[in-house]
Design a protein around this ligand. Structure first.
Ligand code: GLC
Ligand code: CA
Length: 554
């Protein structure tokens, strides 16, 4: 076993980390130049977003060649050097495997277009219905129909994402064989970690029937279908499962706890853990992403409670995260970007880092980055938000309102270049970057390391995960479930009397909670706190300061 519970994973979006050759785009040599920074944080593995050959219609999630590094990010030699240098500092590599679809520039698709029968079977090609309408009524997750015309033929191909991302037909064993070959190619380069992009939508119901038009019902026709478990077991056996040190995570779109237990329970031999996104939808109005609303704290708590406790009971394993390259910054959504920026960043970190699962830190989170302050839609690049901006206005929403919504939800928020210093391009590049940073004069690595407290706090959280068994291996139970301001839980081991109690105040006002009887009148040792805090004797109540996070051992 590889002590999954003790690991912390750092996520790097290569395009935005550091630009070594000054073309405005981050690259692999740039990451190599910043290894001292990564070493300081002391993480165990780095997940890299895709840097494979790609026309970049969806920032590398549209892969045209799975075996080569895109020249704008570097060369295979750079990659090998990166793996070797990371190994020297004991950091593993996790690659992003995008197999639900490939780019329409990929040779498989190009051969299919040219009429090659073998490759036509790699995709979902269907004719229009007898009445001339599209093969079915499914919607693309990036807006519009999920079908696009297949060249000059009578056929259409399925794309659940952008039209340049053609869905691969996993029912075809030849497709699966090619996929395992890709994984094994990278394994042989010393890669032990794999993140599988939207892997739970690979088992589409082959009949591809129309949905009722209800989006939840439509998703059920292609999400979490039983055959996905079969595919994962096969993939595990044919590739990473042969490596006792492998660490894998599945990105699970709209998944359930029951399925997630199956995906990640070690006895099932599927994956090490799962990303789910339910807790990041608590600021969606009526489940709609392209809306702007304050977050629903009670709902957030209830989701964490269910996912933490039930995954524990079913021996599943959660990936723990607030941020990634698809989300606006958590600090802008759930924290305070003003005077409590540091405290709230630390509180959010504490909330998930001391939970049961494997924490992920998205680059820049450890210095408390926030959404960029753009004033025009032209500053944004991402296809998804550009489409949404248009669609919102077509629905009658004013341009200003549509812009406000996009500003709070765009994926570009977190894709903004890393702020290394306060200079014009944030020390990321000496030329105009592909996406502009805006508030680097307030928030940057140089200042943070000189006199900030967030980075240091993350270092401490990571140290705790490495050393404290209650955190790496303990069970979890939530308490104060009805409290409207504090999220609290206990971590415990079956064979150990001491417990870890964790309190997180999600708001900028002090708040007093009444402790459960069992925790009252106990001597408590402080394990971590984002305020100056001495060991305490617990009484009946406990008062938490604004955005206070406190973990104590009793
Ligand atoms: C995942 C990726 C996202 C991408 C999508 C399609 O959700 O994280 O960035 O656009 O899959 O590949
Ligand atoms: Ca570059």
């Amino acid at each position: 076993m590889n002590n999954l519970g003790q690991k912390v994973i750092y996520q790097i979006y290569p395009k935005s980390f550091y630009d070594s050759n000054n073309d405005g785009i981050g690259d692999l040599p740039g990451i190599i130049q910043k290894l001292d920074y990564i070493k300081k944080l002391n993480v165990d593995m780095i997940w890299f977003n895709p840097f494979f050959v790609s026309p970049q219609h969806d920032n590398g999630y549209d892969i045209a060649n799975y075996y080569e590094i895109d020249s704008r990010f570097g060369t295979m030699a750079d990659f090998e050097e990166l793996v070797a240098k990371l190994k020297e500092i004991n950091v593993g590599v996790m690659l992003d495997m995008v197999f639900n679809h490939c780019s329409t520039d990929h040779e498989w698709f190009q051969k299919a277009l040219a009429g090659d029968e073998k490759y036509r079977k790699f995709f979902y090609l269907r004719k229009a219905k007898p009445d001339g309408s599209l093969p079915n009524n499914w919607q693309s997750k990036f807006g519009g129909s999920a079908w696009a015309k297949f060249g000059d033929t009578d056929y259409y191909y399925l794309h659940l994402y952008d039209p340049t991302q053609a869905d691969l037909d996993w029912h075809n064993p030849e497709v699966r064989k090619e996929i395992y070959r890709v994984i094994n190619f990278w394994r042989q380069k010393g890669v032990h970690g794999f993140r599988f992009d939207v892997i739970n939508v690979t088992g589409k119901d082959e009949r591809l029937i129309d949905s009722t038009g209800d989006i939840a019902q439509e998703k059920s026709l292609y999400t979490d279908t039983p055959i996905v478990h079969q595919y994962l077991k096969e993939m595990n056996q044919a590739s990473f499962g042969q490596d006792p040190n492998s660490i894998t995570v599945g990105e699970m779109s709209s998944t359930t706890i029951a399925n997630s237990i199956k995906y990640s329970n070690p006895n099932e031999h599927e994956l090490s853990m799962v990303f789910n996104f339910h807790h990041l939808k608590v600021d969606y109005q009526n489940g709609e992403k392209w809306t702007k609303a304050p977050f629903d704290f009670m709902k957030l708590k209830q989701l964490f409670t269910q996912w933490q406790e039930e995954m524990d009971q079913g021996a599943g394993w959660n990936a723990l995260f607030w941020n990634n390259h698809d989300q606006p910054w958590a600090l802008s959504r759930f924290g305070d970007t003003g005077i409590y920026r540091e405290k709230s960043a630390e509180m959010l970190a504490t909330t998930i880092h001391l939970m049961r699962g494997t924490p992920y830190i998205y680059m820049g989170e450890e210095i408390g980055m926030i959404d960029p302050d753009y004033s025009s839609i032209d500053s944004y690049i991402d296809v998804e938000c550009k489409n949404a901006f248009k669609e919102l206005q077509q629905k009658g929403i004013s341009e200003k309102q549509a812009f406000d919504i996009v500003k709070s939800k765009s994926r570009d928020n977190s894709r903004v270049p890393m702020h290394w210093d306060s200079s014009q391009y944030a020390g990321f590049s000496s030329v105009t970057p592909w996406l502009m940073p805006t508030d680097q004069d307030q928030i940057n690595v140089k200042d943070e390391l000189a006199h900030g407290e967030i980075f240091n706090y993350y270092q401490n959280l990571i140290k705790l995960r490495h050393n404290e068994e209650l955190i790496s291996d303990g069970h979890i139970r939530m308490f104060l479930k009805d409290d409207p301001q504090v999220l609290a839980y206990e971590r415990f081991l079956d064979d150990q009397p001491s417990k870890l109690l964790v309190f997180n105040n999600f708001y900028g006002q002090s708040h007093t909670v009444t402790l459960p009887k069992a925790f009252q009148k106990q001597a408590a040792q402080v394990v971590i706190s984002n305020y100056d805090q001495q060991d305490i004797n617990l009484q009946e109540t406990l008062t938490l300061r604004p955005y206070e996070a406190l973990a104590i051992k009793i």
